[in-house]
Design a protein around this ligand. Sequence first.
Ligand SMILES: *[C@@H]1O[C@H](CO)[C@@H](O)[C@H](O)[C@H]1NC(C)=O
Ligand SMILES: *[C@@H]1O[C@H](CO)[C@@H](O)[C@H](O)[C@H]1NC(C)=O
Ligand SMILES: *[C@@H]1O[C@H](CO)[C@@H](O)[C@H](O)[C@H]1NC(C)=O
Length: 723
Amino acid sequence: MNKRVNSYNYNPLQRFIDKNIRKKLNRIPCFSSLVEDKIKWDALMLLILILFCICILMFTITILTLLNDELILERQFYPPQPYHGFPPNVTDYVPSGTTIYHVTKEFGEASMGGLGQIVTALAKAQAESDSKLDVNVIIPRYSFLSDLHRIVSFAQLSIQVRDENNNWKDVIFTVGRFFWKFTDNPNVLSKNPSKTRKIGVYLIGPSKNFKPLNLAYKKVLNNLEIYSTPSKLPQEWKDLYFCKAAAELITFLNSSPESSLFDRVDPRGVDIVHLHGATNALVLDFIKQFYIEENYNGKGKGKGKGKSNKVSNSKDEILSSYPPPSIVYTLHDYQEEQYYSNKIININKFLDLTNRKDLIKYVHGRRFYPSALAIDNSEVATFVSASMAREMVEESLEFEAKELIIPSILNRATTGHWIGITNGVDFNTFNPFNDSKLLEFNSNFPRNIDNFDDELLYAELIEESSQELVINAKSNARKHLIKEELLNQKDFNRVLLLYVGRFQYNKGLEFFSHAAEIIAKYDAKFIIMGQQNNYPLKYLYQIQSKYPENILIISDLELQSKWGILFRAAADLQFVPSLTESFGLVAAEGLLFGSSIISTGVGGLSEFLINKSSKYMTEGYNSYLFKLVNNKDKDYNIHNSNERYQLVQQSIEGLKAVLTMALEDYIRLKNNLQEKEIFIRNLIKDALKLSWNRKDGPLNQYTKAYSLAMSNEQKNLKVNVLY
Ligand SMILES: *[C@@H]1O[C@H](CO)[C@@H](O)[C@H](O)[C@H]1NC(C)=O
Ligand SMILES: *[C@@H]1O[C@H](CO)[C@@H](O)[C@H](O)[C@H]1NC(C)=O
Ligand SMILES: *[C@@H]1O[C@H](CO)[C@@H](O)[C@H](O)[C@H]1NC(C)=O
């Protein structure tokens, strides 16, 4: 066993104390020479005394903060074990009308980042498939949603929360509902008109009678504010409230089902609860507790409309007539999610932690870390990247605070209940074939991807091609951006490198100045489009002022939503220098818009990016990848600015080399338009292979996960254990 104590969030105070103690020790030899001089001696004593007091004070403060919040984990080595994926006998069969409830903080218009995009795309793919699934979503009732949808009142329910005197109080809340309608076309290349479909969205509203939970989700003006909270309402209470309320809603839906959207099937309760992310992990525990209370302890209280008052002593009878929902938990991120935690005093407001010996193992210091709980107790746990789910198990992938979740993951992996499912790409969000703006400017991509005749392309003059060409669409997009004065005349012939995303260290922003150097050298254009984050915008403007002709920064959101799609269509190369990436949706989108990718190829990116691994390779690649060079081999900490800086510094030469190669390739392709057309078409084909509903693709994999989760033996076992 290779053990060393690793303290995360290494405390700056601690560092200060360490340094001071070291300094003092160094001074000891000088003491003797000072003894003669009494005044100096007194002064020194006084100084030492003061220093001593300061040290004591700092020490106390450090200990206090340690006890409070710092997470100290003993570093562990986990021997690799084989990753099994699904047990071989699992199929994608689920009964017709199977009901799924996604529990998430982000969905549809209320999406801020990757989580919302993924959950929305998954729910859409499930709703549009012929897969017989009845798809629903449970999210908070963010106030701005009322402006966008006609929300009807669905139920009034209550949960118990402790008040300031520690007494349980009934906290009443209403649940609203609307149907999220969307039209799209699962096959973007087909000319068939898109169909309208709908997903039921249930909204957990603020409390009606309990302060400060009555403030939850109010005054949320847009999707960027969904995680903000009024000062009077602690974030953790809001999260815990949502977990308990969502569990109550699910329990209610399960005991008094509505008639199904599917005409010929009987009403069903809740078959599958699909929890997304660690903030919703506790929903699982609340559901199981409510189920036990209602069925075994006879506490059914008949709240809400039509709730039956089930009291029974015969466990078997209940299990056969009213099974608890099967729970699937999806971990969306391995850099942050395991850190998600709640203070024990906050947890205790919602759940009696003192009576729950089974939960003690999730407590570290004064905090409760729910992610492992959901991995342990869900019927199936999944991760959003197949390659990384495998790496975590087989190659002991290094990431921070892995000790919090890896033991649970390994445990589930041995039985085939830890599954990596790589996301698909929702081509309808940014659809180069049928986007209204692209259509308006004659820049929509032709649909003739599968039925294009390469030989005919070479047989004809390119200007007179009888087949519609992607390069023409791309060049029209560029012309229009020049007309709008977003690009200048010279840009028409420049190679365009596009970055789309947040301005975040994590995304590799520290590479930008070095990329800019090469861009300027080849007189190409670097378009940096995205939203402010932790990387200061002023640094980007400094780079721009150095190379004003070759860099364009678009941080304005309105400009982006208006012209973003044309920039995507016009680009030659997409820049994705991320330091970590679970999937790398922007890279897949880049391919779809016919751009090859300059990237680190980390994480999920490695599943679909194929490196141009030698200068002489002429086809079969879709990207130019450079290695993140790290002396410590994978074991670096991107939250530590020093380590991250080192990592970037050591990787710059690699970036410059591949960027140079890419620019030279594209400059050459300017005079080989046939070759360029074929090359771009291959990029698009690579992207289309990533659809949600492809054969054995993510949609199919999630259905398998549901099928596995619904196999009853497993579930009953879980209830028995808790009972
Ligand atoms: C699949 O195999 C496992 C044992 O390997 C068994 O317990 C389970 O019942 C089987 N499931 C189905 C659906 O046949
Ligand atoms: C293209 O988009 C329009 C409007 O968004 C839609 O009505 C039409 O059905 C779409 N066509 C296809 C083939 O998806
Ligand atoms: C990709 O290929 C280039 C050579 O073209 C090489 O320098 C680079 O290291 C490769 N990248 C990765 C991630 O292997």
